[in-house]
Each structure stands twice: as C-alpha cells, then as structure tokens.
Ligand binder design. Structure first.
Ligand code: HEC
Length: 112
C-alpha cells in the first residue's frame, strides 16, 4: 500500500519534471481560463508590477524589459517565485503551463 503510493508519487514527480511542454499547452487553456489569467495578471501581478506592468515594487514586465530573458526562466519565476525576493510562487493558483502561457504573453506584449 505504502509502496504503491510511493511509486505513484515518484511517477507523478518524474512525470512533471521530465515532461517538456510545447506550444500544444496553449491549446489546452480554455478561453474562459485565459480571461481569468489576464485578470489575475492585472489585479494580482499588477499590484507589484504596476497596473500597466511598467513596474512598481516589482520590475517592469514589458517586452522591452524582458528582451533576451529565456521563457523557461520567466515561467519558473512565475511558478516557483524568487526566494529571497518579494516575488511569490504562484503554483497554488497556476499550473506550470498556465505560468508558461503568462510568460509568453509577457514576452510578446499584452495589455491587461
Ligand atoms: C508581492 C509582489 C509581487 C507580486 C504580487 C508579483 N511579483 Fe513578479 N516579481 C516581484 C519582484 C520583487 C520581482 C523581482 C525579483 C528579483 O529581484 O529577481 C519579480 C519578478 C518577476 C519576473 C521576472 C522579471 C525579470 O525581469 O526577470 C516575472 C516574469 C514576474 N515577476 C511575473 C509575475 C507575475 C506573472 C505575477 C502574477 C502572477 C507576479 N509577478 C506577481 C514581485 C511581485
């Protein structure tokens, strides 16, 4: 019983870390959820990064500010936060693909 649970856990953990996400993840996010994510970006992220993402307590998140920063870095920053800074983790609210979706929107420019 315990062993089965451990095997399941290991599978889940390995599954999430070794699974490399692709553009297909975007398709899995419904338009309803996309609106929710953009709302979150404005209300919650905006409280630190500025309503128009031009910066505040947190740095500006406009495409010109993010140029050259790899998408996986930004995705991880959103999902895990940055320990030791005010940037909190969002993994209790967002999935990894939703974090990636947001990182992509930021890189290409979004007006929340
Ligand atoms: C409590 C304040 C706060 C909130 C809320 C917040 N952030 Fe941040 N964020 C920060 C700070 C501070 C940093 C800079 C961390 C550092 O010094 O590396 C940061 C960094 C980032 C970065 C990396 C920027 C770069 O140039 O490397 C991204 C991307 C980001 N935040 C996205 C978001 C998103 C998306 C949300 C909402 C889901 C969010 N943040 C909510 C404070 C916040």
């Amino acid at each position: 019983m315990q062993k089965a649970a451990l095997t399941l856990l290991t599978t889940l953990l390995l599954g999430t870390t070794s699974h490399s996400l692709t553009a297909d993840d975007d398709i899995a996010i419904t338009s309803q959820r996309r609106s929710e994510l953009l709302h979150l970006l404005k209300q919650d992220c905006g409280s630190c990064h500025g309503l128009t993402l031009k910066g505040g307590l947190g740095p500006a998140l406009l495409p010109e500010n993010l140029t050259g920063k790899p998408e996986p870095l930004l995705t991880a920053t959103i999902y895990y936060g940055r320990p030791g800074t005010a940037m909190p983790p969002w993994q209790s609210i967002l999935t990894e693909s939703e974090s990636r979706w947001l990182a992509r929107r930021l890189l290409e420019g979004v007006s929340p």
